[in-house]
Design a protein around this ligand. Structure first.
Ligand SMILES: Nc1ncnc2c1ncn2[C@@H]1O[C@H](COP(=O)(O)OP(=O)(O)OP(=O)(O)O)[C@@H](O)[C@H]1O
Length: 346
């Protein structure tokens, strides 16, 4: 649906010593009908990337192709047509305070010259879709943050776009409201078959709704693929550090503080067991304990869902004696468990 082909975006002229490269050779494909998340730290280039899709910025080099059309080649009229097919929602909702909820949703249709009856026939069902059929006459100041974003979503859908761009749409909302807005986006994606491209700095958002993800760091895409694959097999440092606060990968301080890289006599080995795919549903912990005898401690653990698939992480400790370690390794190999040796403790 959207293809970035070797896209570079520089701000400032080439003679300007302050010229800044915001995007550097970006290659990225956004699958039709999917929800794709772009995640990165502040200043990584996320907004620039999304603004290239609806022609608010122009690539310095490379091509941005939306539904078969190269955005950079479009005339003003072509850009207007494109923007009708690409809806957008924002962190701060961008509603007009002087217009009611109904009139905010109607605005893109008025601009497109749609007649009044057709507007009425369209806006009502959209307000129902976002759960605000009874708030048509309310002004933005009378609505909560979550309700404002619902109006923003209805407005973005008014011109029946094929693609919805979301620029940090839940960043100004509390966790519960965030979840309800994400559920609405998921519902719209499933019911209308709308492709969604969202940018966020929040791992939780990507984990909850995006089937695909790209990680951006200083203008470069450093990792991309299915969310589950990228998150469970993170290779790049940026992905790992963004993830460490979100997935159950952080060890309690009391363990981290006393961990050693090499074993001493009588030490215990600390191993992280990772459960996903088939292994997520097998009673492997009990079998490990049976295999090694009772001398296994469970030190930390969590089970969560990434893009709808279970992912569990369990940190265990047992004697770092070669015979025990070998028995454990044989068990991991036979049962298909992924493991990582974290270190040793006395
Ligand atoms: N019009 C501009 N002129 C000059 N530099 C710009 C312009 N727009 C963005 N930049 C720079 O490009 C870089 C990427 O900005 P961008 O807004 O895309 O990042 P971001 O990942 O969306 O960050 P945030 O999450 O903080 O919004 C930043 O260093 C920013 O200062």
């Amino acid at each position: 649906m959207v293809d970035f082909q070797s896209v570079t975006k520089r701000f400032g002229s080439s003679r300007d010593e302050n010229q800044f490269t915001a995007l550097d050779g970006v290659d990225l494909s956004v699958a039709r009908g999917a929800i794709t998340g772009i995640i990165g730290r502040s200043g990584a280039g996320k907004s620039t990337l999304i603004r290239l899709v609806n022609g608010l910025e122009k690539a310095t080099s490379g091509r941005v192709v939306v539904d078969g059309v190269e955005v950079g080649s479009l005339s003003e009229t072509g850009l207007r047509d494109l923007r009708r097919q690409v809806g957008m929602i924002f962190q701060h909702f961008n509603l007009l305070s002087s217009r009611t909820a109904f009139d905010n949703v109607a605005l893109p249709l008025e601009i497109a010259g749609v007649d009044k009856n057709e507007i009425r026939a369209k806006v009502g069902p959209l307000l129902d879709l976002v759960g605000l059929g009874d708030k048509a006459d309310r002004y933005p100041s009378e609505l909560s943050g979550g309700q404002k974003q619902r109006i923003g979503i209805a407005r973005a859908l008014a011109t029946s776009p094929k693609l919805l761009l979301s620029d940090e749409a839940t960043s100004a909302l509390d966790p519960e409201t965030t979840q309800s807005i994400l559920a609405l986006l998921k519902q719209i994606n499933a019911e209308l078959g709308l492709t969604v491209l969202l940018i966020t700095h929040e791992m939780e958002v990507v984990k909850t709704i995006a089937s695909h993800v790209a990680v951006i760091d200083r203008g470069k895409i450093v990792e991309q693929g299915r969310t589950f694959d990228v998150f469970t097999g993170a290779k790049h440092e940026t992905t790992r550090s963004l993830l460490s606060a979100s997935l159950g990968t952080q060890l309690p301080e009391w363990i981290r503080g006393s961990m050693k890289p090499q074993p001493g006599a009588g030490d215990r080995i600390l191993v992280r067991l990772i459960f996903f795919g088939d292994t997520a549903f097998q009673p492997l912990t009990g079998r490990l304990v049976a295999e090694l005898g009772a001398d296994v401690n469970i030190l930390a653990g969590s089970i969560e869902e990434i893009a709808g698939e279970p992912y569990g992480s369990l940190v265990v400790a047992y004697p770092a004696e070669p015979a025990v370690v070998e028995r454990a390794n044989r068990f991991y190999a036979e049962s298909g468990l992924s493991t990582e040796v974290l270190g040793y403790v006395a």
